[in-house]
Design a protein around this ligand. Structure first.
Ligand SMILES: [Ca+2]
Ligand SMILES: [Ca+2]
Length: 564
């Protein structure tokens, strides 16, 4: 046993012969050398909070900023590095905050700027970074800029949005479609022109070709960075610019296979003129220069694109773009050991070649809960994968306690994307946005007893909640914490290289992480049957909560992390 291996052995197997002094000095040494090389957004875990559903502090059934602030000690206890808050800005909430009416103010439902400052101060006191959601592609139609643009073609703000005359036959300017169904154009009857909206008609696209728009939107970033914000998640960053010729988009021959998030109608076209345009790359480079005006800030871009189009959003050392282009492939790929191995190999090699830092995501506010998607039996396999692959993990609130999709009956549905298919109980994004399950009490500890939360609670919140899981050493919550602790104690899991291994089984994905001679292997059984594996060394962690010998067969649905 080498000195490094004693660290975790001691932690997880208290009968170890090694003294705590040895362990502590070795740990400090390895973490110090690593911290010198990696930034917080590389070594840490990002935890996404959907503010409407985290904690209601005033009994109106909707989560708010004081509620989040009160729960930050819990967030810190998870071993994560940063909280990302989905939009908290002034908004009519037609798309629940992704329709911003004032980028520099807090919506009253969430609180005030003073309460936001208090949240940032408490987060920083706890060693947590704060990331905000930045929504640059579109404003709310209630925004003062759009209201001014609506006053007529001569308005100074008219060109801040994208306007087109009707087609010669008086119809739509072209065939572009909205993500939420229907055309991407709405007629402004007063002027006789159409305006562009890639989402709801109440979410007009900003005209990023206009330098005044860019200047105003960059000042928004500066406003929040001066207030102490450490980073931004940038909403639909690959949609900023549209092709200037406004040509029809071609039909998508693979439409049936490419439906993401129920956006059936939108997927019928190939979005060659509305997505991933060269000008968008230019604007993202400009955006990055604004971020770099401040010390140690970052941005992660929401980008649903295949790998060859995703990685360029990292930019180059001379002209960097986003620090992390979100990699959603663990969500999009079939849950299959070989498919995921192949992608992980390709992504790791491509990231290295591009000089880009990798990242991984299993769930967010736009995707069904991963425990529902992969199945309860595979839940810990997926969680282990997320937290041991090379790259920054982003964790969606509630996934640490194994929250699942909550069926939302049609009369309770509120998501505009779900309302396209009101007959389907798992349509849209409401099922993954339900209130955090804190305790077995009425309101689940999320809201006051007797208050109806804005989305329904799941039926089983009395069993699946933080309070119950805190008291159970074998709970999903404590398994999550064991994984984050392992990352803190094993620098190879954070900064080490990645290499997949031949496990000998098509349904077992195995890989190694290696740093300065310290080697860990991760073994993930994607099936319910036992599989013999050639692991050697010491088991640091098993999803079964016990300490099997490394070389013992991998049990059904087991995830195992082995040192050596
Ligand atoms: Ca509230
Ligand atoms: Ca756009």
């Amino acid at each position: 046993m080498n000195p490094v291996s004693s660290i975790s052995y001691k932690k997880y197997f208290p009968a170890s012969q090694f003294s705590s002094e040895t362990i502590q000095s070795t740990l400090n040494l390895s973490m110090t050398s690593l911290q010198g090389e990696l930034k917080w957004w590389q070594s840490g875990i990002i935890y996404q909070i959907y503010p409407r559903s985290y904690q209601d502090s005033n009994g109106d059934g909707v989560g708010d900023l004081p509620g989040i602030t009160a729960r930050l000690p819990y967030v810190a206890s998870l071993g994560v590095q940063a909280v990302w808050l989905s939009p908290i800005f002034k908004s009519p909430m037609r798309d629940f905050g992704y329709d911003v009416a004032d980028y520099c103010d807090i919506d009253p439902v969430f609180g005030t700027l003073e309460q936001f400052d208090a949240l940032v101060a408490e987060a920083h006191r706890l060693g947590l970074k704060v990331m905000l959601d930045y929504v640059p592609n579109h404003t709310s139609s209630d925004h003062a800029w759009f209201q001014e643009a609506l006053t007529g073609k001569a308005s100074a703000k008219r060109d801040w949005y994208v306007w087109r005359d009707p087609a010669p036959d008086g119809g739509l300017p072209n065939n572009w479609k909205s993500f939420f169904g229907g055309p991407a154009w709405t007629l402004d009857e007063a002027s006789g022109q159409y305006y562009l909206h890639q989402f709801l008609p109440s979410q007009p696209d900003l005209n990023w070709r206009n330098p005044d728009v860019r200047a105003a939107m960059f000042d928004v970033l500066r406003f929040w960075m001066r207030r102490g914000v450490d980073g931004f998640r940038v909403d639909v960053i690959w949609l900023l610019a549209e092709d200037e010729r406004f040509l029809d988009e071609p039909e998508n021959p693979d439409a049936d296979r490419e439906v993401v998030g129920g956006q059936i109608e939108h997927s019928t076209l190939l979005h060659i003129y509305t997505q991933d345009q060269p000008e968008t790359h230019d604007y993202v480079r400009e955006m990055r220069r604004v971020i770099d005006e401040f010390d140690d800030r970052m941005m992660v871009g929401e980008i649903y694109l295949p790998l060859d189009k995703l990685l360029p959003y990292s930019g180059t050392p001379e002209a960097p773009m986003v620090h992390l282009p979100f990699n959603f492939h663990l969500i999009l790929l079939p849950w299959d050991a070989q498919t995921i191995r192949q992608f992980a190999d390709e992504y790791d090699a491509a990231s290295n070649a591009a000089g880009a830092w990798p990242n991984w995501v299993l769930g967010n506010h736009d995707q069904h809960r991963f425990k529902t998607r992969v199945g309860a039996a595979q839940y810990r396999v997926a969680q282990t994968l997320l937290l041991t692959l090379r790259g920054t993990p982003t964790v969606y609130y509630g996934d640490e306690i194994g929250m699942e999709n909550v069926p939302v009956p049609p009369e309770k549905m509120v998501d505009p994307s779900g309302l396209q298919q009101p007959d389907s109980p798992d349509a849209g994004r409401d099922p993954e946005r339900t209130p955090m399950q804190w305790e077995a009490a009425p309101g689940a500890g999320f809201t006051a007893a007797g208050t109806e939360p804005w989305l329904p609670l799941t039926d089983n919140f009395a069993q699946v909640n933080v309070q119950v899981q805190e008291q159970d050493s074998q709970s999903d919550l404590n398994y999550f914490r064991a994984l984050t602790r392992l990352r803190q104690e094993q620098p190879a899991l954070v900064g080490g290289s990645y290499r997949s291994l031949d496990s000998g089984h098509a349904d077992v994905f195995a890989f190694e992480r290696e740093l300065n001679g310290e080697r860990l292997t991760v073994w993930l059984n994607f099936r319910g049957e036992e599989r013999a594996v050639a692991a050697t060394g010491q088991t640091l962690l098993s999803s079964r909560g016990d300490q099997p010998a490394a070389q013992s067969p991998l049990r059904g649905h087991e995830a195992r992390v082995v040192l050596g």
